[in-house]
Ligand binder design. Structure first.
Ligand code: SF4
Length: 495
């Protein structure tokens, strides 16, 4: 059960989120937010601790004082200065987090598991890239990450190895000559209870589906112009969602034909389609993908237990997954990705261990092992997750070992807020089959152009660490009505 603390921010800038993230490791929750959540129900919530955070601008020092009853605990962190002048906002936040962790550790005597240290961002890999760019060697990086971010040595090594691998696959460049293209289909056959993606149920009538493909074609034609204007080639194509294969055979085949006709140039190194849900997979769709030149496909079991598939609202069985997987295996598409989730409702460690074994038995070229994340928009949000965080961490490790046993190496990872055990989603691949698009998308060091509702266009700036970004609206009708204007905004991003 959580205890509560009050926060006095004497910094002059916003620190609530990083402070709360760190306090949560010690089971402390901000009294104000708890009070707001409980407004009208239980009344006032008493804070068991009072935390104050101050920034000394002259000395660039963060000072934290935590008062618990009669005892007070003070910690100080000195910020590193950028080019000898001022610390960056990120550096100040890092020091706030460290000081808060040390204060709570002193007060509680606890040493909670922090699998990613004080790193809370979605893309910890970007930090590894940045540090390698700044001159840190791959050998010294894990130790540096441990000292500066409390990152366990093993995770530091994982992050470093992934960043080095990515640099070899997609070398950094000061001038962009190519881009990844993402085409979003925001429809699914039914809603999975853990999902927070704004996907709708696919319209059943042919006309609505064809109208949707018409919109995508207009959007694609605008992208073709954009590529020409900026002499950008296409490195990777990715049709995702949602579930693109939730479209009927005809509309799906036409979507593939639109992409093949306008975008599938000889230089495209990878063409992926997410066919994640076996309940809407068909031989006709597979034939359309082969004809369009798709060379990577995702077929996702998520679990190898029928009882769980029912609970989470996926209308397929494990056998359906096997049938779809076998059909793709017999096709000309060389790379199959499979997604699994650790922590689905009702599953214990033995269930998950079974699924991990079943997945690697098939020896897919790519395997992505997720840890359950329940965001506010998920139907399961707020429900108790049965799997203890420590077991989840052990299963992530078990997944890594099993993947290694069939020659799969980690090549990208990302994290999410509300993730079980503060863990990470890790993508594994047989060397030479790593998804270029996943690297482009996650590390944000190469342009990605988004087509379709909910898609994002990301244009990295010259420093390689910042972005210009534009999101298409989530709602299909809003997207369709304003498409010309959204395309114009996307063009502006590139000027
Ligand atoms: S198939 Fe994927 S996008 Fe669709 S509802 Fe399930 S988890 Fe969400």
């Amino acid at each position: 059960m959580s205890m509560y603390f009050s926060l006095q921010n004497l910094c002059g800038f916003e620190i609530t989120r990083p402070v709360c993230d760190m306090a949560a490791f010690f089971d402390y929750e901000l009294a104000e937010s708890a009070q707001a959540a409980a407004a009208g129900e239980s009344g006032t919530i008493a804070a068991a601790a009072a935390l104050s955070v101050r920034y000394d601008e002259r000395q660039h020092i963060i000072e934290v004082c935590l008062v618990c009853g009669e005892h007070s605990f003070s910690t100080v962190e000195m910020c590193k200065l950028e080019q000898g002048s001022e610390p960056t906002g990120g550096e100040i936040t890092r020091c706030v987090k460290l000081a808060v962790v040390h204060a709570f550790a002193q007060a509680t005597g606890a040493r909670p598991a922090m699998p990613w240290g004080v790193l809370t961002g979605v893309r910890p890999g970007k930090l590894a890239h940045k540090l390698l760019d700044s001159g840190k060697s791959a050998t010294e990086l894990p130790q540096y990450l441990e000292q500066a971010y409390l990152l366990p040595q093993q995770q530091g090594e994982l992050l470093t190895n992934i960043a080095v691998k990515q640099k070899n696959i997609l070398p950094d460049s000061s001038r962009f000559t190519d881009a990844g293209i993402y085409i979003g289909v925001p429809y699914c056959p039914s809603r999975c209870s853990y999902c927070s993606f704004p996907a709708g149920i696919v319209p059943q009538d042919e006309e609505s589906q064809q109208n949707f493909v018409n919109l995508i074609e207009q959007d694609v034609l605008n992208v073709v112009q954009l590529l020409g204007m900026h002499s950008l080639a296409i490195r990777s194509l990715y049709i995702g969602g949602g579930t693109p294969t939730s479209l009927g055979d005809k509309a799906f085949a036409r979507l593939l034909e639109v992409v093949r006709k306008h975008l599938h140039f000889p230089e495209v190194a990878e063409f992926t389609v997410e066919a994640g849900r076996p309940d809407c997979f068909s031989s006709n769709k597979l034939a359309a993908m082969e004809a369009a030149g798709v060379d990577r496909i995702s077929v996702n079991p998520q679990t190898f237990h029928d009882k769980t598939l029912q609970v989470i609202g996926r209308r397929h069985s494990v056998d359906d997954f096997y049938r779809a997987y076998e059909e793709v295996r017999q096709s000309s598409i060389p790379v199959i990705n499979m997604d699994l989730i650790i922590g689905l409702p009702g599953e214990d460690a033995a269930d998950i261990d079974y699924s991990l074994h079943k997945a690697v038995e098939l020896v897919p070229e790519n395997l992505t092992i997720h840890t359950l994340t329940l965001k506010r928009s998920a139907a399961l949000f707020g429900s108790k997750i049965q799997l203890p965080a420590q077991q989840a961490a052990e299963l992530v490790e078990q997944g890594r070992e099993l993947a290694a046993g069939v020659g799969l190496e980690p090549y990208y990872l990302y994290r999410q807020h509300y993730m079980l055990g503060h863990l990470a989603n890790i993508g594994y691949a047989k060397p030479g089959t790593e998804s270029i698009y996943n690297i482009q998308m996650m590390e944000e060091r190469h342009p990605v152009i988004g087509v379709g509702p909910s898609s994002s266009t990301k244009l990295p700036l010259a420093d390689g660490h910042h972005l210009r970004r534009m999101n298409m609206p989530k709602n299909v009708a809003v997207y369709g009505q304003g498409l010309a204007e959204f395309c114009r905004k996307r063009e502006e991003l590139f000027r």
